[in-house]
Design a binder for this molecule. Structure first.
Ligand SMILES: [Zn+2]
Length: 350
C-alpha cells in the first residue's frame, strides 16, 4: 500500500455514514484521507481508520481494535462512538490513533467467525503458504501488516483489543495480559486498566497467538485483551456499562499536560482509580480425549471459585481436584478437540 501521506482525498468522506455503517455496507473502495480540526483521518482499508494530529504528536500512539469476533458488538459500537467524536471535532486527539474493526465480513452476518477463530491466528510465522488459507488467515495477515506499518510510522503504542464473552462472569470486565517481556510496563498497564474500570487482570503463562499477544510479543506494545461483558446483537447493547472505559480513553486521547518522567500514558486526573486484582494461570485444563469430563455446570460463570478438594475434571484414567486453592475457573469449554485447552484455572496473586 502507498504511504498514507501520498494518498488522494476521499471522494466521499466517511463522515456522512460513520465508520460502522460504512463498514457494514461495504463502502470502502481504496485508501484515502481527509483533514478536519487539525487531525488527519486516513481510511486505510475496510474497517480501519488512522487519526493523527496534523502537528507533531506529543504522546504515545494508541490502537483500539474491536470486532475481531464479528458478533461482539458492544465494543464495536463504543469504538465507533469515539470515532464519531473525533470526526465531529468533539474529541481532538493528541496521539496517533488506529481504530480497527477487525473482521467486517463476520460483523455483517453477526457471527463470531466464518471459517475459524481469528484470534488464534496472530503468529509471527503466519504466511499464506504455511497454513491452509481461510478467510480468517487473510484477515490476520492484513491486520498484522497494517499494525506493523502503523508502528513503523508512529513508534511505541498501547493496544486495547476489545471483546465480549459468551458466558456470564462474576467479574464482568477483565483483562488478559500477554506473557510479558522483561521490562514490561506492568505498573503503568495496571493503572490504565484501573482507570478503564477493569475488575481483574489475568496474566498469560505463555506466548499466545491472539491479536494483543502478537502486538506485545512482536512490536513490544503495552497490550491487553479486554473482556467487557456479554455478547448482544447490534443496537441492543447498554453502552453505559462501558462508561469507565469511555471516560478513561477520552482522557487518554485528549490530555495535554507534559510529563517527562514516563512514556506519557498516565493522565494525572484519574490516577486514584483502584488497581485491579491480578491473577496468574495455575493450570491449563487440557481435553484428554473421548472420556474427558469437565465436572462443572454448562453455564458456570467465569471466575467461579473452587476450594481445595473440588474435583474439576476427569477421564477414564485420572481426575484432577484442587490443591493449594482457591482456584478460579476461566473460559471453560469441554467441546474442543483432544489436546486443546478446555479451560483455565487461575490463582489470585498476592
Ligand atoms: Zn472475542
Amino acid at each position: 500500500m502507498r504511504h498514507p501521506q501520498s494518498l488522494d482525498a476521499c471522494p466521499t468522506p466517511l463522515s456522512d455514514a460513520g465508520l460502522l455503517a460504512a463498514t457494514l455496507q461495504g463502502r470502502f473502495t481504496s485508501p484515502c484521507y481527509w483533514t478536519f480540526k487539525a487531525q488527519r483521518f486516513t481510511w486505510l482499508s475496510e474497517g480501519i481508520l488512522e487519526i493523527v494530529p496534523v502537528s507533531e504528536a506529543k504522546h504515545e500512539a494508541l490502537v483500539l481494535s474491536a470486532g475481531i469476533h464479528g458478533d461482539e458488538t458492544a465494543p464495536i459500537e463504543w469504538v465507533c462512538n469515539i470515532v464519531q467524536g473525533l470526526m465531529s471535532g468533539k474529541i481532538i486527539s493528541t496521539r496517533p490513533l488506529l481504530v480497527i474493526l477487525g473482521h467486517p465480513a463476520a460483523m455483517r452476518v453477526q457471527r463470531r467467525y466464518l471459517d475459524e477463530n481469528l484470534n488464534r491466528l496472530f503468529k509471527p510465522t503466519l504466511t499464506q503458504s504455511q497454513v491452509k488459507p481461510t478467510r480468517e488467515t487473510e484477515v490476520a495477515h492484513r491486520l498484522m501488516t497494517t499494525v506493523s506499518d502503523f508502528h513503523t510510522r508512529h513508534g511505541n503504542f498501547i493496544h486495547l483489543d476489545l471483546h465480549t464473552a459468551i458466558r456470564e462472569s462474576l467479574i464482568e470486565q477483565f483483562a488478559i495480559v500477554p506473557q510479558s517481556h522483561p521490562g514490561y510496563r506492568w505498573e503503568e498497564g495496571l493503572q490504565l486498566l484501573g482507570r478503564c474500570g477493569i475488575g481483574a487482570a489475568v496474566r498469560q503463562s505463555k506466548v499466545s497467538s491472539t491479536f494483543s499477544g502478537w502486538t506485545h510479543d512482536r512490536l513490544n506494545a503495552l497490550s491487553f485483551t479486554l473482556e467487557l461483558g456479554k455478547v448482544a446483537p447490534f443496537g441492543e447493547n447498554d453502552l453505559s456499562r462501558l462508561a469507565s472505559l469511555d471516560q478513561a480513553i477520552r482522557v487518554q486521547l485528549t490530555h495535554t499536560e507534559t510529563d517527562t518522567t514516563s512514556a506519557n500514558t498516565a493522565p494525572a486526573r484519574s490516577e486514584t482509580a483502584p488497581l485491579p486484582p491480578v491473577f496468574e494461570v495455575a493450570q491449563e485444563i487440557i481435553q484428554t480425549g473421548e472420556s474427558f469430563t469437565l465436572e462443572v455446570a454448562e453455564d458456570i460463570p467465569n471466575f467461579t471459585r473452587f476450594d481445595n478438594g473440588r474435583r474439576v475434571w476427569s477421564d477414564r484414567n485420572q481426575f484432577f481436584q484442587v490443591e493449594n486453592g482457591p482456584l478460579y475457573l476461566l473460559f471453560p469449554n469441554p467441546k474442543v478437540p483432544k489436546g486443546q485447552r478446555a479451560g483455565l484455572l487461575i490463582r489470585r496473586c498476592e
